[in-house]
Design a protein around this ligand. Structure first.
Ligand code: HEM
Length: 524
């Protein structure tokens, strides 16, 4: 005891500092010995201990992946904190990851991620769900409800009504220049709300009124704002290592703010779920319930089950409000935001290329005539091949989702490289879409390359992703895009205000358009 006290008393602050510096040096040395002797080395920026390469991240994963490809080639590595992530920029490199086979082992989007956990989305819903049985159970709801002609018909019908409501607001405002960004988000939001809940929620009028001074923020605006912030939160939390998120100062403040926004969104969505649950519980047992997404989630494995056999032996209980909340968070993310952003970029390119706009109008008129009130059928929509080629070409040249994520919980090989379980793979959709190996004149906007007869190479185009995790709502997504195309371009000539300006956007898992100013003039 005396000996210990004596020893402690004789330690000077200087000695502690020296010991600390020695520890840090040993850590740094061993970090770099490990780094430089790692097996299956790939080119990439030399990481810093703890931070990895995150200090180099420009805030835009799409732009970063392009920059890294230019420096290091089609396959490279970066470190997100201490975790190795592999960038893949060529179709043949992603073959295994994007295989539709049920034996595809790249079933995960990310390894277990404490940021996603902190947001309350790990193993909830489907996007970040690692539990294969739960993921496939929830996907069955998507397939049953969204991949059907009924869902497409519903979207056709609601798109027409919602677009008319938007036109009414535009007429009322009588502005010569319109920024389409927020209108198109409300268009997609109202559509997905109707599809997912069978409710119309007046989001067009609400948005229009919210532009007037001194108005309160209506619930639909809070929801749209909340989902947008959720995308920013998912970006920050999924990517930034724990240490970086908790760094005192700006980082910590951003992390707290985003978490607060996610909690506010959770409260709104939970209230929506609870309200509908009470409505169902209070309704007469003999009353036929609606077949919408929310009702299916609320009634599965209950006496009022409208799902007709979605559950399996592992899923025999009703879903909790929390589980349903996570699922509808994702429905709104994909339904309101991914869809609207694709539509905005579609409008940007069509307005930028008047000759393409003219061909679109010709095709629409050849199928629907000049009667603007003619009912649009699914067959009409399916016959619009040039319109579809334009949608594809926009998604090729400017994917809304420029970087996709995959991981496997097993050891995997790609080419001659072996990767440890839980390695993160970053599929550079933008680079694959522009790779000269698969695309002739890749930077040229040329919708004809998608017309019948033109061969698109395997794994060279991922508008809706691919493999087992391909977008489960692609059929309705495409239908909605074509509907907007018909309603906007059949009736109006659309011109960009800044003809040569590049797309203005922010990155938040997807590319979020920040401004799209156009002038819209009636054709007739
Ligand atoms: C034009 C519209 C849309 C586009 C371009 C699009 C695109 C995508 C892409 C690229 C993915 C990633 C797939 C992968 O990892 O391979 C995805 C996944 C997903 N999308 Fe969509 N999407 C659209 C519309 C929608 C809509 C309307 C919804 C919801 C109603 C939706 C819900 C989802 C969900 C839940 C996933 C995750 C699937 C999983 O992890 O298994 N999407 N989408």
């Amino acid at each position: 005891m005396v000996q210990t006290l004596f020893t402690l008393n004789s330690i000077e602050p200087k000695d502690i500092l020296i010991a600390l510096v020695i520890c840090i040096l040993i850590y740094v040395l061993s970090f770099y010995i490990h780094y430089f002797s790692r097996p299956d080395r790939l080119p990439g920026p030399i990481p810093l201990p703890i931070l990895g390469s995150i200090h180099l991240y420009p805030g835009d994963a799409g732009a970063w992946m392009q920059e890294l490809q230019a420096k290091y080639g089609d396959m490279f590595e970066v470190y997100l904190g201490s975790n190795r992530a592999i960038g893949l920029c060529r179709s043949d490199l992603v073959e295994k990851l994007m295989s539709p086979s049920t034996t595809n082992t790249f079933r995960l989007r990310t390894p277990v991620n404490d940021g996603v956990e902190a947001l309350g989305m790990m193993d909830k819903g489907i996007i970040f769900n690692h539990k294969y049985d739960d993921w496939s159970y929830i996907r069955r709801f998507y397939s049953k409800i969204l991949a059907t002609p009924q869902a497409r018909k519903k979207i056709v019908e609601s798109s027409q009504t919602i677009f008319t409501e938007i036109e009414k607001c535009w007429k009322e405002s009588d502005e010569p220049i319109i920024d389409l960004t927020e209108w198109i988000i409300r268009f997609a939001f109202e559509n997905i709300m109707y599809l997912a809940t069978n409710m119309r929620v007046n989001s067009i009028d609400n948005y229009h009124n919210s532009l007037k001074p001194n108005t309160q923020t209506p619930l639909t605006e809070k929801l749209v704002g909340g989902v947008r912030m959720y995308l920013h939160a998912a970006h920050f939390y999924a990517l930034a290592p724990t240490f970086w998120r908790n760094k005192p100062g700006q980082n910590k403040a951003i992390a707290n703010m985003l978490l607060g926004e996610k909690k506010s969104l959770d409260l709104i969505l939970l209230e929506m779920v609870k309200k509908r649950r009470v409505q169902i519980e209070n309704s007469d047992m003999s009353e036929e319930l609606s077949q919408d997404f929310l009702t299916q989630l609320l009634t599965v494995n209950t006496k009022r089950d409208v799902t007709k056999g979605i559950s399996d032996e592992k899923h025999q209980s009703p879903m909790s409000d929390e589980e349903i909340k996570a699922i509808i968070t994702e429905i709104f993310t994909g339904g309101a935001f991914t869809t609207s952003q694709n539509m905005l970029y579609m409008i940007y390119y069509i307005a930028k290329y008047p000759e393409v706009q003219q061909k679109i109008v010709q095709e629409i008129e050849s199928i629907l005539g000049k009667n603007l009130n003619k009912e649009v059928t699914l067959k009409d929509i399916d016959n619009m091949k040039y319109c579809e080629a334009v949608i594809n070409e926009v998604a090729r040249i400017w994917p809304t989702f420029p970087v996709n994520l995959r991981a496997s919980d097993k050891q995997e090989t790609i080419g001659s490289y072996t990767f440890a379980p839980n390695t993160q793979f970053l599929i550079n959709n933008q680079a694959i879409h522009l790779h000269p190996k698969d695309w002739e004149d890749p930077n040229k906007f040329k919708p004809e390359r998608f017309l019948d007869g033109e061969k698109i190479n395997k794994n060279a185009f991922f508008m809706f992703g691919g493999g087992t995790r391909i977008c489960p709502a692609r059929v309705v997504g495409l239908t909605e895009m074509k509907m907007l195309m018909i309603m906007l371009f059949q009736k109006y000539n659309v011109e960009l205000v800044e003809k040569d300006a590049p797309i203005k956007y922010q990155y938040a898992m997807i590319r979020l358009c920040s401004e799209l100013k156009v002038s819209i003039k009636p054709r007739y």
